[in-house]
Write a protein that binds this ligand. Structure first.
Ligand code: HEM
Length: 156
């Protein structure tokens, strides 16, 4: 057979048509993503300034009630800490806030924060995320911001 089996020729044509269709859909998809219908940013998913403020309030309340770690915050200016956390999370989630405080290594250096303290702090954060009814995707994205900070915060 000169052109190979008939099924193969037809199959190739079908593949070409499919590729063209997918290409067209891809282009249409790209055009759509440039509009206002883009995925909400993490900042939007967190509820913007108001949502992040609520989340930080809930988180620091949990920390304050957590006998495993609250002694570490006995002399801390909590309103200042909350304001700094709101700016940090707002900035890192794509919001307009600007965090002007010291970096995480400098803030926590000398505290000798342990893994157990870190885990307690993050558990409290998880409780606050649940209270805010953040979706699994939002929680995962928020953790994507927080978890990399561990190397600067723990063990120094
Ligand atoms: C992702 C986790 C954490 C983040 C994002 C974070 C962030 C911050 C920020 C933004 C400040 C305020 C900085 C300033 O303006 O001076 C701060 C202060 C503080 N952090 Fe953390 N922190 C984290 C984990 C922890 C953990 C696990 C502990 C200990 C259990 C801890 C203990 C403290 C204390 C005691 C202060 C107050 C220091 C002071 O009173 O001057 N932090 N943190």
């Amino acid at each position: 057979m000169r052109n190979g089996p008939a099924w193969k020729v037809r199959g190739n044509h079908r593949s070409l048509a499919l590729a063209m269709l997918l290409g067209a859909l891809g282009l249409a998809g790209c055009a759509g993503n440039h509009g206002a219908a883009a995925q909400p940013s993490l900042y939007q998913q967190l509820g913007g300034q108001a949502g992040i403020t609520r989340f930080v309030q809930a988180w620091t309340t949990e920390v304050g009630n957590d006998a495993r770690i609250n002694a570490a915050f006995a002399h801390t200016d909590m309103p200042h800490l909350r304001a700094q956390l709101v700016n940090l999370l707002g900035q890192d989630s794509g919001g307009p806030q600007v965090y002007t405080g010291p970096d995480m290594y400098v803030v926590h250096r000398g505290m000798h924060i342990t893994n157990a303290q870190w885990n307690a702090f993050m558990e409290d954060g998880h409780k606050a995320m649940q209270q805010e009814h953040y979706s699994d995707v939002t929680q995962a994205e928020l953790l994507g911001i927080l978890l990399p900070m561990k190397m600067d915060i723990v063990g120094h």
